[in-house]
Structure formats: structure tokens, C-alpha cells
Design a binder for this molecule. Sequence first.
Ligand SMILES: [Zn+2]
Length: 437
Amino acid sequence: MAEIRIAFRQGGNSGQFTREGWADPEGHGSWTEGPNSHLRFSGLFAGVPYAVAIDLGPYLAPPMLAAQALTVSVNGHLCFEDRLNGPCQIRFTIPAGAIPPGGQAEMVLTCSDAVAPMTLGTGADMRRLGFSVWQVTLEDQPAVAAAPLAVRPAEPVFAPVPLGIVPQALPAVAPPPPAAPAPGPIEFRAAGTCPLCGQATEFIARRATPLPEQWYPNWFRDGLRCAKCDSLPRERALFTVVERLYPNWRDLAIHESSPGDRGASLRFRQECRGYVETQYDPELGFGKTDAAGRYRSENLEAQTFPGQSFDLVITQDVFEHLFEPDKAIREIARTLRPGGAYIMTVPIANEARPSSRRAARTSQGVKMLAEAQYHGNPVSAQGSLVTIDWGFDIVDYLAAHSGLSVSMFYFDDISRGMRAICMEVIVCRKLGMPPSL
Ligand SMILES: [Zn+2]
């Protein structure tokens, strides 16, 4: 009798078995990523049944996602099928006939409910998470009685780890998730002054289930709202930078690409006479204004504006959706006046890792280089495809392709509602006269 034991934590041996569909090992194990996650075995005994146990737990975001479906097949034989609503050990048997004479086996975990926390609005993690797996064992013994569902509580599963954050701290400090739905909504409140609406206010975040405190910045990215104006941390951060660097913004010519009906965009629209709003609307025709006179259709990568048209160009979480960001930043630089600046937010999902491309435009159409991810889009129900996971090297990228002087601002000030991951503000300045001393 021989046992194969796979540990999915950092430092474990899962790399010998995992193929496509797995995130990098973390402190708690490895997330299945996307709809299908593959494990490959060789040297098994042909014609022998194997007892399998998998310790795992689903990514959950109740009430939107209270359970996840899982099926496991081995060499095409369906071995397990259920919906799981918490961490557990599943057990099943690989039938004797499933292992061919070569002893090869392909195990596929199919997670049809896998979803990115970003898509659900519960965090900035853009990976499509199914289950956190920490151990798989195979034992070549006579078939054990199949126990298709959870039979004992296993180790806890934690909130998804965003890219780039050191996960080792997780197991020691995070409590296990509640077995049943939390008794009531979890609420975080902090009193302060909102940089966006200027009012004394409370910054409030609510969620259904408890969360270890070190994950609050993830929660806050789309969760910490001003009680007075509903703004989010990254909107307050962007507006803070505009006010500090260009306190006369009301008198300037501002171009904002793809604004929504909220946050800083509302203030620009209401208070700046020279505010021009553009949306990517090829059907309307680039350079044309929509019938309501609300926005002008523009392709950020090939704009119809004359050179030096604007003092400020603004985008908020747009740059991760561009196919040719080099063209976009060159166009933005062209349309800026000397002394002006391009001020933007973009999720730096890769943090210290290099920027990586998720989708590319080819002559045959859009080519996916990684799992497709979408963010909300104010003018499209289907959302916007994420094309690039940016790292901090975006600063060099923008400077190299535009000649602009690029810097990055980051705030951590809960009294002004500015605490969250992925709320960096990037400023690309078109230098005018050098400062005189
Ligand atoms: Zn406010």
C-alpha cells in the first residue's frame, strides 16, 4: 500500500502535481483559479482503486455566494459532485478501471461558480477563486466506503490573499470562518472629514461576515464609503491630489476619460466650467458629442483633440482596460499644456511584480493570455475586460512612453477615509518652465 500526499501550502510539494488552473501556493494552501484545475499523477497502479481525500474550503461571499459547486473527475470518470458551504474534507474513490496500464491519471477539479472578489465587489483580488486546497491524499487500497460530503471540519480557509501581499501571516492570526452565517452585519465606522465633499462625516463599511483585521484594506477598497457623499477611498485620494497640486482646478480645462456618475467626477462636472467628459463610443463616432450633449466620444489611444488642449487629464481605473497604453499615454501627453498633469488611479494588482498582460488585440481579435476578468463599466452592462495587471513599474512605463515626469502618491489616513489597497494615485506632469530659485 502506498500513499501519495500533496501539500499545497507554500513550501509544499504541490508543484510536482499541479498543472493549469492553480494560483501560487500561499500560507493557507493554493486557490483553484478559474473553472478547471488540473492535477497530474504518474506511476499509479493500474487496475487498482484509490481512496482519495481532499482538504479544502470554498471561497465564499455571502449572501451573493453562500456555497460553491465542485465536481472532481479522474481520467474522465466523475468521482465527486456536490455543493460545499464551508471548509471540509471530501472523500471519494477512483474506480479500479480508471487507471490505465501506464499508471497516468489526470484529476480535474471543476469549479463552475469560481468568481473574482473584484467581480463581486468584495475586494480587489481579480483572480477567479474556487476552493482553497491544502491537502490531497491518494491511497491504493481496497475501496473505502464513499463518503461524498463533508465528514469532518478541516483547517480554516481565509479571505483570499490579494496578489503581492505576504501571506505567511495568515494562518497564525486568522480565525476560522463561521460555520453558519454571521449573526448580523459587521460594521466598521470611523469619524473624520471627507476630502471629497468637505464635510464632517463617518466612513462606514459593512459586510455579512467577520474578517481578520489585516484584510480590512481589501474590504475598504470598494467598501469604505462616506456617509455624506458615498465616495470611496481611491476617489478621495485622487481628489486630494488634484486639490493639493491644482487648487485652481475649477478654472482649468479638464478632460476626464470614462467618468462615472459619482465621486470626484461629480465635483469636476458640477464645478469646473472647462470640464470635458469623454466615453469610448465607436458607434457615435470619435470626436462627436452624444445627443444629450453629455459626453464626447473619444478613443483614449487616438484622440481627436488638438495638442495642448487641457491643463488636467483624469482617468479613474481605466488604464487596466487599455490594449495599447503606450499610445494612450502619448496621446494624453500630446493634449496636455505645459505645466499640466495627467492624474489617475489604476489598481496596481501586481504590486512589486512586473506588469503583465492579460489580453492583447491581434488581427484575429482579442487574444486572452490569462483568465478573462471584467470590471464594472458605467456605459456597458457586460463590463470592461481587464487587459493588463499593472505593477509599480507602471511609473517607468508611463515616463518612458511619454516623456512626462511621473510620481506616485499613497495615503493612509483613516480620519480622511483614505485606507485601502490599490488606491495609489499617479501624477504625470508635463514640465513647463523649470522652477527658479
Ligand atoms: Zn464625502
